[in-house]
Design a protein around this ligand. Structure first.
Ligand SMILES: NC(=O)c1ccc[n+]([C@@H]2O[C@H](COP(=O)([O-])OP(=O)(O)OC[C@H]3O[C@@H](n4cnc5c(N)ncnc54)[C@H](O)[C@@H]3O)[C@@H](O)[C@H]2O)c1
Ligand SMILES: [Fe+2]
Length: 382
């Protein structure tokens, strides 16, 4: 067995109703928190009880609800300024990956001399991070258990910041907060989480036995519950299984990073603002088929997570895995074609060029992806 290192969030609270006592949970770490979220969460009624719990716990909290989906550099700077104005001594996020990723950057930069651009890439964060508590409301990015934050630059490129300083002190998972998640967000974020599990399992450099075990269980939970969560949004068991599955997938890929599905999805978000999960859903099938040439034995193993029979050749089981997974994806009702999201044939060369810049993720993929390969995969889903 090869050596590996595995890191995760030190404290994880998984508890229906935990959001209503978030004040008590964070009060051990901070007195003047800034709460980062977006307007969708406020409109869904999820933020008022949290603010009440902050007041009851004696905290002087400031709400920042201007987080944007797939956060831009400018909006992250705006959030940092808001935290400075409040003289925040801790950062809390309640929301999806966009709120949590913004909160991570606020927590490391608010008291720092470094600029956001200084910390792009791997292990570039110096200095002190404010206490950080993350409560996911999508299931989801798994950002509550990853050391990753993703921002969109002025040049429409998605850039990753990866550093152990970005693990929060506490992750608070309250499945009740995901009940009102709209169907299309449930589908897209649930498929994103399944992609995290699959890509962690096939990483060529950092695949490790802990991530493997987490990825298999994550994929089992997610694939068995995503359609129910879409069709019966108030099914609390399905919602809890999705939130747990997305967290396990997050732990898996935080230590065995994602590959070409994410790399090819990035330009769709950077240039066309297609939500992250939807962009992954669109690229999933062509990348799995492309990778199967190298990854068939691993896809065959993952078939068990979808309840598939373990007999037959690796190639046959790998094809069965891809077919069954795409049946599940289709049953969620998520868009499947780039033309459905406003992308035309003429856009593809620029998209494929941008995907080639995402070497940070492409190096993890089981097969090398050239520009021509990328263009062919985009063309397949036009
Ligand atoms: N840090 C990581 O490890 C990691 C991993 C994957 C993706 N990401 C990043 O995360 C971002 C995407 O995050 P996301 O997919 O969670 O979506 P999101 O945070 O952008 O939220 C999507 C939408 O869902 C709404 N919403 C969220 N929870 C809700 C709820 N419970 N009820 C009603 N509405 C709700 C929000 O208001 C928003 O409009 C991207 O920027 C992506 O790059 C980060
Ligand atoms: Fe993702």
């Amino acid at each position: 067995m090869t050596n590996f290192t595995f890191t995760t969030t030190p404290k994880i609270i998984f508890e229906p109703g935990a959001a209503r006592r978030l004040g008590v949970i964070v009060a051990t770490r901070m007195k003047r928190p800034i709460l980062l979220t977006d307007k969708g969460l406020v409109a869904a009624g999820l933020i008022a009880p949290v603010l009440e719990s902050f007041t009851s716990a004696g905290l002087d909290a400031k709400l920042y609800d201007e987080v944007e989906a797939d956060p831009s550099v400018a909006r992250v700077h705006d959030a940092i300024e808001a935290a400075r104005r409040h003289d925040a001594d801790g950062v809390v996020a309640m929301g999806g990956g966009s709120s949590m990723d913004t909160a991570k950057l606020v927590a490391v930069l608010v008291k720092s001399d470094q600029s956001l651009a200084d910390i792009y890439g791997l292990d570039n964060v110096n200095g002190h991070r404010l206490p950080l508590v993350l409560a996911p409301t999508t299931a989801g990015t798994g950002s509550e258990v990853t050391s990753i934050s993703v921002v969109t630059t002025e040049a429409d490129e998605k850039v990753g910041i990866v550093d152990d300083a970005l693990f929060p002190d506490i992750a608070v998972l309250d499945p009740e907060t995901t009940i009102g998640l709209p169907r299309h967000v449930t589908a897209a974020t649930g498929i994103d989480a399944m992609v995290h599990a699959i890509e962690a399992y096939t990483n060529v450099h950092r695949k490790n036995p802990v991530s493997d075990a987490l990825a298999r269980e994550a994929l089992r939970l997610l694939s068995n519950n995503v359609v129910t969560a879409c069709e019966s949004p108030r099914d609390t068991a399905a919602r809890a299984n999705m939130l747990l599955g997305s967290m396990l997938a997050g732990q898996a890929f935080a230590n065995s990073p994602v590959g070409a599905v994410h790399a090819l999805a990035y330009p769709l978000t950077g240039i066309f603002h297609i939500p992250h999960g939807l962009a992954n859903s669109l690229m999933l099938e062509p990348v799995l088929k492309f990778n199967a040439l190298a990854a068939a034995p691993l896809y065959a193993e993952l078939g068990a997570a979808l309840g598939l029979d373990a007999s037959g050749s690796d190639e046959a089981r790998s094809s069965a895995f891809i077919s069954r997974l795409m049946e599940i994806v289709n049953a969620t009702g998520v868009d499947r074609k780039l033309s459905q999201v406003g992308i035309s044939h003429n856009d593809l060369p620029k998209i494929a060029e941008d995907a080639m810049n995402v070497q940070r993720l492409l190096v993890n993929n089981p097969r090398e992806v050239t520009y021509d390969d990328a263009l062919a995969m985009y063309t397949e889903v036009m």
